[in-house]
Design a protein around this ligand. Sequence first.
Ligand code: SAM
Length: 343
Amino acid sequence: MNTQKIIDKIIKTSQGSIDELVNILHFDCDAYLFSVANQLRKSYCGDEIHLRAIIEFSNHCRCDCSYCGINKQNTTLDRYRMRPEEIIDYAKKAYLTGYRTIVLQSGEDPWYTTEKISYILQEIKKFGDIAITLSIGERDYDTYKQWKLDGADRFLIKHETADEALYNSLHPHSSFKNRMKCLKNLKELGYQIGSGFMIGLPGQTLKTLAKDILLLKELDVDMAGIGPFIPHPKTKLQNHPVGSCYLTLKALALTRILLKSPYLPTTTSLEVTNIKDRKNAFYTGANVIMRKVQPYKYRKLYEIYPNSTIHEKSIKEERKEVEDYIKLIGRKVSTTRGDSIKK
Ligand code: SAM
């Protein structure tokens, strides 16, 4: 079967084999793939682009991820923690600027106990109709359960790579099995779940990427973040090359045609590697963009990879800039929370 036929078959059946996905990732079929992914984005999700405010509230981390600049071994990084009141205050600023989803992200930082996160969730929920996504790593079932009761709507915890051996070698502090368990627990508790992976990890092949996309399908995710790996000088992978933006766009498009309705952000790592490709992602299946809203002094310190795109702009200025861009490309700015379309 030629590549175009395989794409048509996947669109029709929402099923694909590893070999079929590898074929698409390998062969030059991007014009067709991107165009059908864009059409499917339009028919399943519409023309709205969802803006999410992200507060990266702590760069303390107990983990030792080989790729991540805030890993615990990096002793050169100035560490910060936002106080609960400060987090709530910035979430309020974002809400008043028009954001209807707040993503609370951090390193895995046990200083934020179950109770502290519960308090933050309850206070943010008092603002009005606002969705909260947590992205704070691995915790036990009862903790996730409590946060769901306190008002958390979604949880983003990427599987990073579907290759179990590779996952375990990159994450000596944890395991692929535990990551999967967390995702399963979150789903069972009724969260809208987000997973995702990096493109360009050492030892990764097109077959691994095919498995990554199929795993998103198996997990039945509501959202998925797919971005290129970017080397950070204070990590074990400092000399490993940056991941391919082109392959990132193909993986994004393939995820759109296989899964149809998930929220797919154009990731910050895509912007850092190539702003043009971040914009292109809106034509290859993406329908979400996130904006950092914590104070500038903290934005610079949340350095998971070197990022020269951080500017000292106000929350309002940044939002206006993105809104203008969305309108310029003929799309609409969503004014809703942007909950899972499946639900
Ligand atoms: N601690 C939480 C967790 O593990 O889910 C959330 C924070 S973690 C820093 C957020 C994401 O950053 C990870 O899921 C990973 O995909 C991404 N990331 C970290 N280092 C990266 C790098 N060097 N290049 C690209 N993405 C990276």
